[in-house]
Design a protein around this ligand. Structure first.
Ligand code: SF4
Ligand code: SF4
Length: 324
């Protein structure tokens, strides 16, 4: 399995403080990545072959349009084929003049803008802002799409889209089930779309790295993982190459991405009373969050992971030998 995507969370600051924010971003946060660190990380990622997709996110990336431009231009120069930005679209409230100036500077280095918009974002971002920002992106030749978080009940994707203006009918959307992480941990259980059995879930993170504004590198981009110590190292201290070669977390990702072994890990964690998995869950990431968010639980999970990982390696080795 190869690497495909390098994500950079440039800030934990946001214009909004959504009730469901998986990473508790808000205007009160002030973490921002240094440009030189982002450039150095891109150099390292490129030397490891991560040159297909570069994605910037936050918090709210458009709070720092010059930084976004400089990072994406650098990424493009270094060979990234698809460069994208995730945003809440607040900047659709800017004047046309300001929007055009920013988007013009991104024309040659940004292929896609991904808007997050749903009943939770709508508490902070007026609908007109989204359409204004999206139409402006289109005018500058930048593709866009809209991601909608889904929950059960009246705040779900269906009722929300139905409440929007006619303009909304002309757009297409991606839907994703909301996870009970971050601020969403305070939301009632019954709101979450727990539709998958444990047999159906696994980790889908393999193949990408995410660099946080503070230098920590995670092996996926799920916001829940930023609440855990499942990070591979800090780029201020360790190179990406060394992280890849020596990080246990990276090794364990191979196990989490294997459905059978992930299920066995879940069963072991349950049998020892560390977690209690309901019959149905939102995703494999939700279970991952239960296993690794609390350090005391995670410290007991790691030895199980290690044992299963060793078993998996031997099994894979024997299968390979038989196939020779
Ligand atoms: S969900 Fe998005 S828009 Fe809302 S606070 Fe978090 S980062 Fe900001
Ligand atoms: S299962 Fe865990 S490691 Fe895998 S993508 Fe989800 S949060 Fe990341």
């Amino acid at each position: 399995m190869g690497f495909d995507q390098f994500g950079i969370v440039i800030t934990n600051r946001c214009t909004a403080a959504c009730k469901f924010c998986g990473w508790r971003c808000s205007p009160k946060n002030h973490g921002v990545i240094e440009l030189n660190m982002a450039k150095d990380a891109i150099d390292q990622a490129v030397s490891l072959g991560l040159t297909r997709r570069l994605g910037l996110t936050g918090g709210e990336a458009f709070l720092y349009p010059d930084l976004v431009r400089d990072i994406l231009k650098y990424g493009r120069k270094k060979g990234y084929k698809v460069c994208s930005i995730a945003t809440n679209g607040f900047w659709g409230g800017w004047s046309d003049e300001k929007i055009d100036a920013v988007l013009e500077s991104l024309e040659d280095c940004c292929d896609l803008i991904s808007f997050s918009y749903d009943s939770f974002h709508a508490e902070y971002i007026p609908e007109e802002s989204i359409w204004h920002a999206a139409e402006s992106a289109g005018r500058h030749g930048i593709k866009f799409h809209i991601s909608v978080a889904d929950v059960k009940g009246e705040r779900g994707a269906g009722p929300f889209l139905a409440s929007l203006s006619e303009k909304a009918l002309k757009r297409s959307y991606d839907f994703y089930p909301l996870q009970q992480i971050g601020n969403a941990m305070d939301m009632p259980e019954e709101m979450f779309c727990r539709d998958l059995t444990r047999e159906e879930v696994s980790c889908k993170g393999f193949g990408l790295f995410t660099l946080l504004y503070d230098g920590r590198v995670f092996p996926c981009c799920n916001p829940g993982i930023f609440d855990t110590d499942l990070y591979m190292g800090n780029i201020k201290e360790t190179s990406l190459k060394d992280m890849l070669e020596s990080s246990d977390v990276f090794k364990y990702m191979r196990l989490l991405c294997n459905k059978d072994y992930y299920r066995r890990l879940i069963i072991r964690a349950e049998e020892t009373g560390l977690i209690n998995v309901p019959e149905k869950v939102v995703s494999g990431c939700e279970i991952c969050h239960w296993m690794f968010r609390d350090k005391k639980i995670a410290d007991q999970i790691y030895p199980m992971l290690k044992e299963l990982y060793q078993e998996m390696i031997v099994h894979n080795f024997l299968c390979k030998k038989e196939g020779e």
